[in-house]
Design a protein around this ligand. Structure first.
Ligand code: UD1
Ligand code: CA
Length: 251
């Protein structure tokens, strides 16, 4: 068992990936000839995150089988129904109760996540000790992604999903790439307060950020992510783009 004082990770990997036009669960769709989730777990490992809690759901057994041979301290938790990213992390509640160190949450559909960015987040977190530190970046075409909304002074206000955003908010180019570093008790506390009162009737993990800010806890968003990390895989075009990008980067 890994040391509970060290940072751990929760990897969101329960979705079907309806727009992938494949029977495979999304995280098993191959990029550079490997199931995409391997690259996410490799990045975590390179950043020194040994304890990896993986939320599985759609075709859970296939995902478990694919990851059976991996090194590291892998645990699986089951999300039977995919009710949203916040709901997915709620499934890790018991696993996180024993966690003393911070918790990184990442998405299994983002194989370009960089260990260097994770390390930057861990270093910044160690210095400022916020409730939540978000890794973000500016993207010229932010269509479809959650937007980082800031107040007049530039302080973090909240994440608004594209589908819930006003026209004004849709002009914001700073985006959420689902790279979160939480003080674990604050994560558990905010998860218990989530509601699904939004256009998709889902429990959004993004709402934890606003809930914590409203509770007077410190939430920071810093634009440390690399341009390649703006790519995630939601459809077959993005799969092709990520595959080409990774090959050109020498993966
Ligand atoms: C999410 C973020 C959005 C961000 C984007 C890219 C939310 C509400 N939105 O949107 O702000 O810009 O990612 O990082 O979080 N999953 C589960 N269980 C579920 C739902 C999803 O495990 O019930 C997994 C999926 O398999 C996937 C990941 O979570 O690996 C992200 O889910 P997805 O539906 O792709 O979220 P986005 O709409 O892209
Ligand atoms: Ca996605």
């Amino acid at each position: 068992m890994s040391n509970r004082n060290e940072p751990c990770a929760v990897v969101l990997a329960a979705g079907k990936g309806t727009r992938m036009k494949s029977n495979l669960p999304k995280v098993l769709c191959p990029v550079v000839d490997r199931a995409m989730i391997h690259f996410v777990l490799d990045a975590l490992e390179k950043a020194g995150i040994r304890r990896q809690i993986i939320v599985v759901g759609y075709e859970a057994d296939a995902v478990k089988k694919e990851l059976a041979g991996r090194e590291g301290d892998i645990e699986f938790v089951l999300q039977e129904e995919q009710l949203g990213t916040g709901h997915a992390v709620q499934m890790a509640h018991s696993a996180l109760k024993s966690q003393v160190g911070p918790t990184i949450v990442v998405a299994g559909d983002s194989p370009l996540i960089q260990p260097t960015s994770l390390k930057k987040l861990l270093d910044h977190f160690a210095e400022t000790r916020p409730a939540l530190l978000l890794g973000t970046l500016e993207k010229s075409n932010p269509e479809g992604l959650g937007r980082i909304v800031r107040d007049g002074a530039g302080a973090f206000w909240g994440i608004v999903e594209h589908k819930d955003a006003t026209d004004e908010q849709r002009k914001i180019c700073e985006v959420n790439m689902s790279t979160y570093l939480f003080h674990t008790p604050d994560l558990l506390d905010s998860l218990s307060k989530l509601s699904n009162n939004n256009t998709q009737s889902e429990y959004y993990l993004t709402d934890c950020a606003k809930l914590l800010r409203e509770a007077g806890r410190v939430v920071e968003a810093i634009a440390v992510l690399e341009p390649c990390e703006s790519l995630s895989i939601n459809n077959t075009d993005e799969l092709k783009l990520v595959d080409e990008t990774m090959r050109s980067m020498g993966y």
